[in-house]
Write a protein that binds this ligand. Structure first.
Ligand SMILES: [Zn+2]
Length: 448
């Protein structure tokens, strides 16, 4: 018997509050558990398996969620469980029937469309043997995480009594064996089926695509991705990894991505804030966390509409300019540029991660070549220390304003104030930070 949600009183609470279980969600969960047992004891002799099941359900309906899901209706839950237990005949026929009902519900219910095996397992485990793949998948998945996610779906959307009974049946299947094979097998089968269907449709779109209508083909991808979120995830990750090797090739072959200095400057200041929050004065760990912190900072900078538009534009411009220059000269380079450009035209969620990587590398490169003049101004950046100097900031802000870039100036100003308002930032040795960023060994590998 697996001890699913066998949480000790002093363990950290499952809801992610950081508090101890007994001081957080336990009281509410115990309350639900007691009510369910009291109700079900009237008609059933509850064995250990039944008790475990009730505990799991109580946790699922009792833990504190970020979204407001209202109070658990224990009367309704008890009624559904008792129906389930009354119907539970262990003959093959009814097991088969309930397996079909679970498969049907999980594959068709809109709210469960995103509740699948992570698509990256289909990329990382390169095998045609599905039994092997399933074993690999099982090792990495935690039923508790899955049950909490399932719980938040059930508690925030409408499920009929019958649907809920099917879900409960699925959960009890999951508790029936130590590896939760019965629970994950459903997800795995559905994920596989959807991947197969979507891949077929994807190839049809690609086949119908004639040279002059590639944009139409990209448009057709959107409904396909909407219908199969797992396939969108899969294509996104695959394309991202492919992009990463293409990017390396492009950079080695003279393609340069250049952005206005205010973007690099804002990114650096966001990064300093992040260092300050995570590492404080001790920079010993920075080498380790540097890529993560820069990706995070880039993510924050890209939330600004002006920045993301500018960055997209600059990347596509750099690609098309290099393509123009190398037409009839370097076939391989042109091929890679076209491929990278179509990556950015496809409706993929992984673009942002690709852009974060380009920004990180651009900032690194920028600081490798100091001193330099800033944009096309008279301003000279001799050392990165100037970036936390108010006089330098003010001069650059005046330059931006003189170019009519008021919004850009205010984004930078805001980020500067946020970064420098923290006392500890004065303790950070900027030169040391720059040394770490510009270290030859500092690569910005994408990890998902
Ligand atoms: Zn809690």
């Amino acid at each position: 018997m697996p001890n699913v949600f066998d949480i000790k009183r002093n363990d950290e609470c499952i809801c992610g509050s950081g508090k101890k279980y007994k001081k957080c969600c336990l009281p509410r969960i115990e309350e639900i558990e007691t009510e369910l047992i009291k109700e079900l004891e009237k008609d059933f002799d509850i064995n250990q398996y039944g008790k475990d099941f009730i505990r799991v359900v109580s946790v699922m309906f009792g833990f504190e969620m970020k979204e407001d899901a209202g109070e658990a209706d224990t009367e309704r839950i008890a009624k559904i469980i008792s129906e389930l237990w009354e119907e539970n005949d262990l003959d093959l026929d009814s097991i088969q029937k309930s397996a079909e009902a679970i498969f049907q519900l999980v594959s068709s219910k809109e709210e469960l469309k995103f509740f699948r095996i992570p698509a990256k397992v289909f990329i990382e485990n390169d095998t045609d043997n599905f039994d092997d793949l399933f074993d690999e998948v099982l090792e990495d998945l935690s039923i508790e995480e899955y049950l909490l996610e399932l719980a938040s779906i059930i508690r925030t959307s409408f499920f009929t009594d019958d649907e809920l009974k099917t879900i409960f049946n699925w959960i009890s299947l999951g508790l029936a064996d130590p590896w939760q094979t019965g629970f994950f097998d459903v997800l795995f089968q559905i994920s596989l089926k959807e991947m197969g269907e979507a891949a077929e449709k994807f190839h049809q779109i690609a086949e119908n695509e004639s040279d002059d209508s590639s944009e139409d083909a990209f448009l057709q991808l959107e409904p396909l991705f909407e219908e199969y979120p797992i396939f969108e995830e899969f294509v996104g990750i695959k394309a991202l990894y492919n992009f990463e090797s293409e990017l390396e090739y492009l950079l080695n072959n003279g393609v340069e991505f250049e952005f206005p200095f205010y973007i690099i400057y804002t990114l650096f200041l966001k990064f300093l804030s992040a260092i300050n929050e995570v590492i404080k004065e001790d920079l010993a760990y920075l080498k380790l966390y540097c890529p993560d912190l820069i990706f995070g900072a880039a993510d924050a900078v890209l939330q600004e509409e002006e920045v993301i538009e500018e960055v997209y534009k600059d990347i596509l411009e750099a690609l098309s300019e290099t393509l123009e220059e190398n037409k009839d000269k370097n076939e391989e380079l042109c091929y890679v540029i076209v491929s990278t450009t179509s990556f950015f035209f496809m409706p993929l969620w992984t673009h942002i991660i690709a852009i974060e990587k380009i920004l990180a590398l651009s900032m690194q490169k920028y600081f490798m070549k100091l001193p330099r003049t800033v944009d096309d101004s008279q301003l000279m950046l001799d050392s990165a220390k100037q970036l936390v100097n108010r006089e330098f900031l003010n001069n650059y802000i005046s330059y931006l304003n003189s170019k009519g870039l008021e919004k850009e100036a205010s984004i930078l100003q805001k980020t500067y104030e946020e970064a420098t308002s923290q006392d500890a930032i004065k303790e950070i040795d900027i030169e040391e930070v720059i040394d770490i960023i510009t270290d030859e060994d500092m690569t910005f590998e994408i990890e998902l």
